[in-house]
Design a protein around this ligand. Structure first.
Ligand SMILES: Cc1ncc(C[n+]2csc(CCOP(=O)(O)OP(=O)(O)O)c2C)c(N)n1
Ligand SMILES: [Mg+2]
Length: 308
C-alpha cells in the first residue's frame, strides 16, 4: 500500500510539472483493494484493470520504472510509451491493462478466461478489477451473463468507491445492492463493506480466488473503498463535501493498518520509517529511469498501427 501511495504522490507532483500529461486517475485511498487481492493470485493468472490501475500494475509486479516511463511516454515504458497512464500493459506478468472504457475490461476478462478454458490452462483465474460505475454498462451484463453461462473462471472485483466521476452511487441507483446484479445471473457473490485496510480484502480475496479456481466458475466480489483525490486531475470536486473526504481519511488504509500492526506489537515507528524510505527510493529510481528514457522517433509512429 505504501509503495502505491508514494508512487502516485510523485505522479501527482510530476503532473504539475508537466512531465506526465494527458489523463491521470489516482488510486490514493483505495490501495487496500489491489494490495489485498493481488497476493492471492499466481503468476499464471491474468489481471485486468481500469484507467485507475497504477496500483494494480505495481502490486502485480510490473516494475515501477516501466510504469513511470510509460507515464512519461517513453519507449522504455511497459506499453512502449504508446499507452500512458490509462493503458499500462505487461505481458510478462499477464497484466492485460489498463482500459479507458468503463466496463471495457470485463469483456476482455471473459475472453481471457474463455481462452484459458479452451487452451486447457488448468486452474488459471482471471482477476478483473472495475469501478461500481461499470455496473450500469451493457458490457457488465454481457460479460457476467457469458461468464456464468460458460462457467468462466473470472473473479470480478467491484471496487465500490461510492462515486462514478461526479455522481454518487445513491444518486443513480434506487437500490445500491450491487451483488444482486451478479446473483441475477446465477453467479456466486461476496461482499466486504469494511474493506478499508488490506486484511479484510486479503481474507475475502483468498476465499474468493480459491472458490473460482476449485469450482471453475465466476464469482463477483464487492469491496467497499473510497478515493481521497479527485476523479482525475481535471475535477473541481463540486459534488462532495470536503468534510466527507476528511472523515474517510480518518479510516485511511495505510494509517489504520499501520496502527493495528503497532498495537499488536508487529511494527514500530522505525520499521515504518524503513519501509517508507525503501518505497521512496523505489520511486526515485523509477523517475530517474523514466527521465533517462528515450522518445519514439516520429518516423516510427505508424509502427504497430494496423488497419484492415
Ligand atoms: C463507456 C464509457 N462511458 C463513459 C466514460 C467516462 N467515464 C470515465 S470514468 C467514469 C466513471 C466510472 O466510475 P467507476 O466505474 O465507479 O470507477 P472509478 O472512477 O470510481 O474508479 C466515466 C463515466 C468512459 N470512459 N467510458
Ligand atoms: Mg467508482
Amino acid at each position: 500500500m505504501l509503495r502505491i501511495r508514494r508512487l502516485e504522490e510523485r505522479c501527482a507532483q510530476l503532473y504539475g510539472e508537466q512531465k506526465i500529461r494527458g489523463f491521470l486517475h489516482l488510486y490514493i485511498g483505495e490501495e487496500a483493494v489491489a494490495a489485498g487481492v493481488m497476493p492471492s493470485l499466481r503468476p499464471q493468472d491474468n489481471v485486468v484493470a481500469t484507467y485507475r490501475e497504477h496500483g494494480h500494475a505495481l502490486a502485480r509486479g510490473v516494475p515501477a520504472g516501466a510504469i513511470m516511463a510509460e507515464m512519461f511516454g517513453k519507449r522504455e515504458g511497459c506499453s512502449g510509451g504508446r499507452g500512458g497512464s490509462m493503458h499500462l500493459f505487461d505481458r510478462a506478468t499477464r497484466f492485460y491493462g489498463g482500459n479507458a472504457i468503463v466496463g471495457g475490461g470485463l469483456t476482455l476478462a471473459a475472453g481471457l478466461a474463455l481462452a484459458d478454458v479452451q487452451l486447457q490452462r488448468e486452474g488459471c483465474v482471471t482477476a478483473c478489477f472495475f469501478g461500481e460505475g461499470a455496473v450500469a454498462e451493457g458490457a457488465f451484463h454481457e460479460s457476467l451473463n457469458l461468464a456464468a453461462l460458460w462457467r468462466l473462471p473470472v473473479l470480478f472485483v467491484c471496487e465500490n468507491n461510492l462515486y462514478a466521476m461526479g455522481t454518487a452511487l445513491c444518486a443513480r441507483r434506487p437500490r445500491p445492492t450491487l451483488c444482486a446484479k451478479a446473483a441475477a445471473y446465477g453467479m456466486a457473490t461476496a461482499r466486504r463493506s469494511t474493506a478499508w485496510t488490506c486484511s479484510p480484502c486479503t481474507q475475502a480475496a483468498h476465499a474468493a480466488v480459491a472458490q473460482v479456481r476449485e469450482q471453475r466458475a465466476p464469482l463477483f466480489l464487492e469491496l467497499h473503498t473510497y478515493r481521497f483525490r479527485a476523479h482525475s486531475m481535471f475535477d473541481a470536486e463540486l459534488y462532495r463535501d470536503k468534510r466527507e473526504i476528511e472523515g474517510w481519511k480518518q479510516h485511511g488504509p495505510i494509517h489504520t493498518f499501520t496502527g493495528r500492526l503497532k498495537e499488536a506489537g508487529m511494527m514500530d515507528e522505525a520499521d515504518f520509517a524503513q519501509m517508507d524510505r525503501e518505497a521512496m527510493q523505489e520511486v526515485d529510481e523509477a523517475v530517474a529511469f523514466a527521465e533517462a528514457g528515450t522518445w519514439e522517433r516520429a518516423e516510427c509512429l505508424l509502427d504497430d498501427v494496423v488497419a484492415r
